[in-house]
Design a protein around this ligand. Structure first.
Ligand code: ADP
Length: 394
């Protein structure tokens, strides 16, 4: 069965075509800078590696380009759009309505629209992708996989904020959590790899967005992102945890508008705010050259992760494994080292040589005497979406 996975963002559409259940990747690609004269279409198959700069004004036009290249006589991989039986969509916010992967109906689309108020940067683009895909792949089943779904198991004591109850009960103000597809994928891989019956795992997703989850027996019981994808860890451009009274001080005493504070906290903070750079590779290179801001930012970044590890060991009352994943977690041996050093109190002992090994495979980087396993597991949100969509339709 051919499943097309679409991750439609505000100005981009990532896609992968997979054959299931064999999990064979047929092609993948990305349309970036939608709305610009110089949008870019990237497309890869076993034999093709294409990059085209074109005018792409809308998601509809973007998906049209994707369909054209999929059907192309020379470079394409299908003869007819009907060959695609399922389209799996990544949807960021499913609120409290979706704890599972769902067949998309009119009601589901209405809910995704409603939750756009909670994820204004993500849900509108996700919905646009669904509407356009319904037109182009009219015979396919459209399935939504929600970033928030995996965290629906978080108990009330962890998901409620200590603010008046009515805000929780009447307005849904609570922890929702994000990156659920990734936390689910890597925690399942860890459980299978370690052959655990009962399990206590901390998953650490460090990409441009960063989050951690405490996962007990395969179920999320706490996570570091909350009502929106802004709190918790230090991210590429987002501050993570701050004292919210800073916002009032900026507005009341330093003449910021609320929009300016919002932009500052989500687009100009995090590693960018601390160093002037958001790409961790640049920050690490500058730290090597002795740049003090970069050295301190890396230390702060790892320190925040450490604090959440401590918190999650406490709430789980134990730990079998920690898992590093996503761009930084999979590639930065330096961040992994900074996070893991001096954690032997929890039985976490990093093997320095294994940590430095480069690989795209699941690997153990703990010492042989470490009580806790330290794993690096490449995440694959698209494969997880394909698996969940396949399970639902079959
Ligand atoms: P997204 O959240 O956009 O999916 P990714 O998971 O792709 O992000 O992660 C992007 C981050 O990974 C960037 O900050 C980038 O610098 C970092 N990264 C990628 N490769 C490396 C590497 N080899 N060493 C250090 N950091 C890396």
């Amino acid at each position: 069965m051919k499943i097309l996975i679409i991750n439609s963002g505000s100005s981009s559409i990532k896609f992968q075509l997979m054959d299931m259940p064999s999990e064979t990747l047929i092609c993948s690609g990305l349309v970036e800078r939608i709305g610009h004269e110089d949008a870019i279409l990237n497309y890869k198959t076993k034999n093709v590696n294409l990059q085209k700069v074109e005018v792409i004004r809308s998601h509809k036009q973007g998906l049209h380009k994707i369909v054209d290249v999929l059907l192309d006589a020379d470079q394409g991989v299908i003869a007819n759009t009907d060959e695609i039986e399922v389209v799996g969509h990544r949807v960021v916010h499913g609120g409290n309505s979706f704890s599972n992967t769902t067949l998309i109906t009119t009601e589901v689309k209405t809910k995704i629209q409603e939750y756009a108020a909670l994820a204004p940067l993500h849900n509108p683009g996700n919905l646009e992708g669904i509407l356009v895909a319904e037109e182009f792949f009219a015979r396919a089943k459209q399935i939504a996989v929600f970033d928030t779904a995996f965290h629906q198991t978080i108990p009330e004591k962890a998901k409620k904020y200590a603010i008046p109850n009515t805000l929780y009960e009447d307005h849904g103000i609570q922890v929702y959590g994000f990156h659920g597809t990734s936390h689910q994928y890597v925690s399942e891989k860890a459980i299978t790899h370690l052959k655990l019956q009962a399990s206590k795992i901390i998953t650490i997703h460090l990409g441009n967005g960063c989050s951690m989850a405490a996962v007990v027996d395969g179920r999320s019981i706490d996570t570091s992102l909350g009502f929106t994808p802004s709190n918790g860890l230090i991210m590429g451009t987002r501050s993570g945890d701050i004292d919210h009274a800073i916002i009032f001080h900026l507005v009341n005493n330093l003449n910021f508008t609320l929009d300016e504070v919002n932009t500052m906290l989500t687009k100009e903070s995090g590693m960018l705010g601390l160093t002037g750079r958001m790409d961790l590779r640049d920050i690490e290179a500058n730290a090597e050259k002795g740049d003090r801001n970069c050295i301190l930012a890396l230390t702060m970044n790892a320190y925040r992760v450490k604090k959440y590890i401590g918190a999650y060991v406490a709430v789980m009352n134990g730990l079998d494994a920690i898992v590093f994943t996503a761009g930084i977690g999979e590639n930065s041996s330096n961040i992994r080292k900074l996070v893991c050093e001096d954690l032997n109190v929890f039985g976490i002992e990093l093997d320095k040589t294994r940590n430095e090994m480069k690989s795209n495979e699941l690997r153990e980087i703990n010492t042989t005497s470490s009580k806790v396993k330290i794993l690096v597991i490449p995440t694959n949100e698209e494969l997880e979406i394909a698996k969940q969509a396949f399970e639902l339709v079959s």
